[in-house]
Design a protein around this ligand. Structure first.
Ligand code: M1P
Length: 251
């Protein structure tokens, strides 16, 4: 077991968004978990992670942070859950966002309540792969989610919002984000350097708060920004070389 902690986002980092982990990478990653201390840090809830990752990987993780670290699971037990009651006005603003969007298609399940956070999607969580892709490409051109997030945080100053995946926005009370995972991991493993892999490290992305917290905490931590599980795989295959030598912290 190495004396470094590894933290991984899931969607876009260990798997394609909302897809099960690739079989070969899954076998590799399971062996990686046997040799290293691994934590998972996802915006999704546990049932979704269980659809994407086999029990053998979830069981090998030291901790599984779900709902952007509002929940922590270890050995099948909930270690903590931070719940929150969202105000009616905020929910109404999200309803308006969905109904007033110029995007032409809707597939249902537009606001999903999770522990300590909610997830809003114009196209809807029932969108299939093709509908997801269509919205993602439209949103990249139109910047709908980015513009909404800017307006939303100006109005609801007690809350934060991030575009964690392809089609949706995660909303949570200010400070309730993946950075919460750092204090827990540090408490359990004081002084150990951490490497964090994520695909949404830019401001507004849901990996950004944890990346920022790590940068502020110690220069010994590494932040590795990837564009998919293949890139993660490539980095991990080289992980006998300290990642610091390959990727210095982005400034
Ligand atoms: O884990 C990343 C994100 O995955 C999903 O995003 P989307 O459906 O937009 O691709 C959601 O579960 C989201 O909450 C999560 O942050």
């Amino acid at each position: 077991m190495t004396s470094r902690i590894y933290m991984f986002d899931v969607d876009g980092t260990l798997t394609d968004p909302r897809k099960p982990i690739d079989n070969d990478f899954g076998d590799f990653f399971q062996r990686f978990c046997d040799r290293h201390m691994v934590y998972l840090v996802s915006g999704s809830d546990l049932p979704k992670l269980q659809e994407q990752l086999p029990k053998s990987i979830i069981a090998r993780a030291r901790g599984v942070f779900c709902c952007s670290a509002a929940e922590l699971w270890a050995d099948g037990n909930a270690i903590y859950r931070l719940d929150h009651q969202f105000p009616k006005l905020l929910i109404e603003a999200l309803d308006d966002f969905v109904s007033l969007s110029d995007y032409p298609s809707r597939f249902g399940n537009h606001i999903e309540f999770r522990t300590g956070m909610l997830n809003v999607s114009v196209v809807g969580r029932n969108a299939d792969r093709e509908a997801r892709k269509a919205y993602f490409e439209w949103d990249q051109r139109e910047g709908e989610r980015r513009k909404f997030i800017e307006r939303f945080v100006e109005t609801f100053t007690e809350y934060e919002a991030s575009a964690g995946g392809e089609i949706s926005i995660d909303v949570a009370p200010k400070g309730w984000n993946k950075s919460k995972a750092l204090s827990v991991v540090k408490q359990d493993h004081p002084g150990l350097p951490i490497t964090f892999f994520g695909d949404r490290m830019a401001p507004g992305g849901n990996d950004y708060p944890l990346a920022e917290a790590l940068r502020a905490d110690s220069p010994n931590h590494d932040i590795v920004s990837v564009e998919g599980f293949l890139e993660t795989w490539r980095h991990l295959s080289l992980s006998t070389i300290p990642v610091t030598r390959l990727y210095r912290h982005a400034s």
